[in-house]
Design a protein around this ligand. Structure first.
Ligand code: C2E
Ligand code: MG
Ligand code: MG
Ligand code: MG
Length: 279
């Protein structure tokens, strides 16, 4: 469509382009208002140790409780937020919320909460400030917070790597999210400024040729360089059994627990947690 406008130029009169960009601008404005009006919600998905099946942590996942629409998943607004500074607002809000919630639950003192940090936020100097403020407000030790970053951007940019290192010096842990979907290669695992590796759920797909070998290689290599592994998207007992066999440390997925509001986490009847990120 926009091709007719010539190489590298968008046709500003293209009705479809105008419609899409108008929608995006409207969504961005609505989201900006939503953040101010307190419409963001934090849901938490428990992370279990594979060996004992105990809850070791919780991943914080944002939702937008949009009046007249209902609960909107990140897929409906994260992309738009990522294209502006709104994502930094969302991440900063979540840091405060998640640290406060974990502190309130009064769970085993080794359990942790993980917060997804966008590449944009990671490249900003304010991240360290946002993290410190959240920990202080909740009076939470730094070791109980895990930041989830994606491998490609978290590692390649010098600024991001420096920030991660500064945060780790404070005692905050770092997880590489969706591992295996970005650019890092197995041979560079030891260079990752991280404590945890979250293996993308595409590696648990039985349709994927050689998936067991790939999983086994990732888990073995991570272990060799002292990174703990968390498998994402565990949907069946068979997948969990395989992870146990391969020596994966932790797992999350619909088979174990769905993301839930903070109140539901508090009402979970959990045995004590004995494992932590660093254990
Ligand atoms: P993610 O960090 O990889 O989070 C895991 C996603 O997989 C979540 O989707 C979760 O609900 C879903 N999931 C968990 N178990 C299963 C399973 O067994 N099967 C399947 N098919 N999916 C499972 P959700 O909550 O829709 O979040 C999507 C993405 O949005 C997240 O992917 C993360 O990249 C981003 N996101 C969520 N919250 C935040 C946030 O506060 N800040 C930032 N920057 N990004 C966020
Ligand atoms: Mg994540
Ligand atoms: Mg993930
Ligand atoms: Mg993933």
């Amino acid at each position: 469509r926009a091709k007719s406008a010539g190489k590298g130029r968008a046709d500003l009169c293209d009705p479809e382009l105008v419609r899409v960009s108008t929608e995006r601008v409207q969504l961005e404005a609505a989201l900006r208002r939503a953040i101010d009006d307190g419409e963001l919600r934090a849901h938490y998905q428990p992370i279990f140790t594979v060996g004992e099946g105990l809850v070791t942590g919780y991943e914080a996942l944002v939702r937008w409780e949009r009046p007249d629409v209902g609960l909107v998943a990140p897929a409906g607004f994260i992309d738009v937020a990522e294209q502006s500074d709104l994502i930094c607002e969302i991440d900063a809000w979540m840091l405060l919320r998640a640290c406060a919630d974990l502190a309130t639950w009064g769970r085993e003192s080794t359990s942790y909460v993980t917060v997804n940090i966008s590449p944009r936020h990671l490249a900003r100097a304010r991240l360290v400030e946002d993290v410190v403020r959240a920990l202080e407000a909740a009076d939470l030790p730094a070791s109980r917070l895990v930041l989830e970053v994606t491998e490609s951007l978290g590692v390649d940019e010098a600024r991001s790597a420096d920030q991660l290192q500064a945060l780790r010096t404070l005692g905050v842990h770092v997880a590489i999210d969706d591992f295996g979907t970005g650019y890092s290669s197995m041979s560079r695992l030891h260079e990752l400024p991280a404590d945890l590796l979250k293996i993308d759920r595409s590696f648990l797909d039985p349709e994927r040729p050689g998936w067991i070998e790939a999983l086994s290689l990732i888990i073995g290599s991570a272990r060799a360089v002292g990174l703990r592994t968390v498998a994402e998207g565990v949907e069946s007992p068979a997948q969990l059994a395989l992870l146990r066999e391969l020596g994966c440390d932790a797992a999350q997925g619909f088979h174990l627990a769905h993301p839930m509001p903070a109140q539901a986490v508090m009402e979970l009847d959990l045995p004590d947690v004995r494992s932590s990120v660093g254990a």
